[in-house]
Design a protein around this ligand. Structure first.
Ligand code: 6PG
Length: 252
């Protein structure tokens, strides 16, 4: 691989179940190392279908994560109430957070009980800045951000061809996804994502094979997922055989 991929690791596993298992192990490893070093672990979780099995596994661990030391943030959210089927936080709470002993103050959802998605994004920015104590000219540093990838190359709620990709000031913003019926969303931005210590993309399914190749090998800049390049952090792609099936070069 070319030299700017020194901190990138691509692992292809047999199926989606194995991707979830592998991610669980990696997440625990990062959490334990980070907690041993700094006393706390900050992680931003994505919605979508892919991480559901991971969340189930985390909820059912025989030796639970140190939940009292773990702080959960949300990568992106639709501007809908938490009890909506479309709420990412609603899903994460149902499948994971309601089943583990995590203190309420360790959960940092993107609030949607506001007047607008813009207001939600502003409130989330305040929440992030006050928790991480970051000055206005810096971005919070998460220990881990978990991302998915859409067939169009979007990640978080950062869609191809949208102004959100050029954000340089705010860690969270309101976005209007393409497509008239789509709900307004709130998303973490690229500068925050790229400031993380670790980023894990989980991608599964043959329908994602072309976009995975376009991001990992053709490095098509127009695809938001190609713009995820942490400066100093680690970038992991955990793929199943379907998602990795168009990759040509040997990955490691
Ligand atoms: C969301 C996500 C989004 C997701 C991709 C992949 O809330 O939908 O944050 O970026 O990760 O669309 O979604 P799937 O895992 O469902 O394929």
């Amino acid at each position: 691989m070319t030299k700017h991929h020194e901190n990138r690791k691509v692992i292809i596993l047999e199926n989606a179940e194995k991707v979830a298992e592998f991610t669980t192990v990696k997440l625990i490893e990062i959490a334990e190392t980070t907690i041993a070093g700094t006393g706390r672990f900050t992680v931003a979780l994505s919605g979508g279908k892919t991480p559901v099995t991971l969340f189930q596994k985390l909820a059912e661990l025989q030796k639970p994560l140190s939940w009292d030391r773990t702080h959960i943030f949300i990568v992106d959210e639709r501007f809908v109430p938490f009890d909506s089927e479309e709420s990412n936080y609603g899903m994460i709470r149902r499948i994971l957070l309601s089943r583990v002993k995590i203190p309420d103050e360790n959960i940092h959802p993107i609030r949607t009980d506001t007047g607008s998605s813009q207001e939600s994004a502003e409130k989330y920015e305040e929440e992030l800045r006050s928790f991480f104590k970051t000055p206005l000219n810096e971005f919070p540093k998460m220990n881990l951000i978990l991302l998915g990838m859409g067939e169009d190359g979007h990640t978080a709620s950062l869609f191809p061809g949208t102004a959100a990709l050029h954000e340089t000031v705010h860690p969270a913003i309101a976005v209007s996804p393409p497509g008239k019926t789509e709900k307004q969303r709130i998303s973490l931005t690229l500068p925050l994502i790229n400031n993380a210590e670790n980023i894990i993309f989980m991608v599964s399914g043959k329908q994602k094979a072309a976009v995975v190749r376009d991001v990992l090998e053709r490095e098509i800049e127009l695809l938001p997922a190609s713009q995820v390049r942490p400066g100093k952090g680690n970038l992991f792609f955990f793929l199943d055989e379907g998602a990795g099936s168009f990759l040509f070069r040997t990955q490691s």
